[in-house]
Design a protein around this ligand. Structure first.
Ligand SMILES: Nc1nc2c(c(=O)[nH]1)N[C@H]1C(S)=C(S)[C@@H](COP(=O)(O)OP(=O)(O)OC[C@H]3O[C@@H](n4cnc5c(N)ncnc54)[C@H](O)[C@@H]3O)O[C@H]1N2
Ligand code: MOO
Length: 406
């Protein structure tokens, strides 16, 4: 375990991600691949389009004859090509996506033509350049080209591209199995019967919901009492998962038993504490059993600390297990709508609301303030030791997948 100085966010993320080996590869159909990460680069099995096709509804003609008039000799519709050759003076009725007949290398849109029986004349402009309305063979991709890199997430466009390139199945890493453990004597399992000395166990559902934004199999455990034996029994229940997530008991109090319980279970603490607020008591451990290795993420109990550390550590570790090539969250600059006071000596992630133009920090920044968290859609990155910032100053923000207006 690292002693003394706390790790920075980036050091801790790097250290955690080094512990990850991507999970084994399986081949799944396209519906099953949605939301997963491609395990190997994908190459086109066919050329798209496979032949020159029209991009508009109109008439196919020879580019050496763009003045007309033309005699209509037939039709090329999508899925029904015209088999004969077109010569100057002839035109073929053509629809969007239909194959260009032999001899035709220009398409005149029907809005620029007048048709009477089998004769068409130009009433508007001929295409310039002549091939303007033609999608050439291979315009999208030729057979054999790498169309998607390994580690990219399969969303709607990637799935469509893979299908268009002739793939029915995709290689992806199997879904991580994770266990989410709520711990704390004060936690009430039923929010409708919660006494004054209790608090409803809300972290488990929140962490599971955040994890579910990725393809995972989740087991929920707890609430577990603050006793070594109870925690050990919970870890044993989770002995077959890839990743164990605990919430609560990560700090220094007499009843904060996650670290001793993990050590008693035989896990090695890799690091504890990160120089961020909220989220300082984050803990990472590794349990090895033969060739199998499980990662344990001990998240702080305060609900906001739990969510912020899950955002910066749980989601990246899951993405890495799933084979993502860039597992860390992305940030961008936004301008402040209102001033911010000077920052403290710990890098802070303030909960805020970004409206698409400016960002406003929430007035209540307590790490137990769930209402403020639920009203936020970004984390404002405030480095340590910054002077006060004024409205209009740029700040770095991370977009939360947090429901609400997010
Ligand atoms: N003397 C010190 N005290 C504390 C320190 C410190 O450095 N020195 N660190 C503080 C920080 S920072 C945090 S964050 C908290 C985290 O403590 P734990 O991870 O041990 O969390 P607990 O004490 O178990 O709980 C804190 C808080 O969160 C509530 N909680 C816990 N689990 C859940 C749950 N599943 N659902 C809803 N709410 C939950 C719990 O009731 C407490 O109110 O420690 C500080 N203390
Ligand atoms: O770091 Mo604690 O997470 O401030 O609330």
């Amino acid at each position: 375990m690292t002693g003394g100085r706390m790790l920075t966010l980036e050091q801790a993320q790097e250290r955690l991600l080094k512990l990850v080996t991507p999970l084994s590869i399986e081949r799944v159909d396209m519906e099953g691949a949605l939301g997963r990460y491609l395990a190997e680069p994908l190459f086109a099995r066919r050329t798209q389009p496979a032949a020159d096709v029209s991009a508009m509804d109109g008439y196919a003609v020879a580019s050496s004859d763009l003045a007309g008039p033309w005699h209509v000799i037939g039709e090329s519709a999508a899925g029904h090509p015209y088999a004969e050759t077109v010569v100057p003076g002839q035109a073929v009725r053509i629809s969007t996506g239909a194959l260009l007949p032999a001899g035709a290398d220009a398409v005149i849109v029907q809005e620029d033509l007048a048709r009477v029986d089998h004769h068409v004349t130009l009433t508007g402009d001929a295409p310039s350049p002549a091939g303007k309305h033609i999608r050439c063979r291979g315009m999208d991709f030729p057979e054999g080209r790498e169309i998607l890199p390994a580690g990219i997430r399969i969303g709607p466009a990637q799935a469509a591209l893979a299908i268009a390139a002739g793939h029915k199945h995709l290689p992806v890493c199997r879904m991580p199995r994770i266990a989410v453990i709520d711990s704390g004597d004060e936690l009430a399992p039923d929010p409708e019967t919660c006494e004054a000395h209790q608090v409803p166990a809300s972290n488990g559902v929140m962490l599971a919901a955040l994890a579910r934004t990725l393809p995972v199999e989740i087991t929920r455990i707890g609430p577990v009492a603050d006793h070594l034996d109870a925690l050990l029994a919970a870890f044993e229940t989770a002995k077959d998962v890839d990743l164990v997530i605990t919430s609560g008991g990560a700090s220094v109090g007499d009843h904060d038993l996650i670290r001793p319980a993990l050590e008693a279970w035989g896990a090695r603490i890799d690091f504890w504490r990160v120089a961020i607020k909220p989220g300082k008591p984050l803990l990472v451990a590794v349990k090895t059993a033969g060739a199998r290795q499980q990662i344990v993420l001990g998240l702080p109990g305060n609900p906001v600390s739990s969510l912020v550390t899950a955002y910066h550590f749980l989601l990246p570790v899951l993405r890495a297990m799933l084979g993502a090539r860039s597992p860390l969250p992305l940030s961008f600059d936004a301008c402040l709508a209102a001033p911010l006071p000077a920052s403290s000596d710990r890098r802070e992630f303030l909960r805020g609301l970004w409206d698409g133009a400016t960002v406003t920090s929430h007035v209540l920044q307590d790490s137990g303030a769930l209402a403020a968290l639920a009203a936020s859609n970004v984390l404002i990155d405030r480095p340590a030791g910054m002077p006060a910032a004024k409205a209009g100053d740029p700040v770095r923000v991370y977009l939360l997948q947090n429901g609400g207006i997010a």
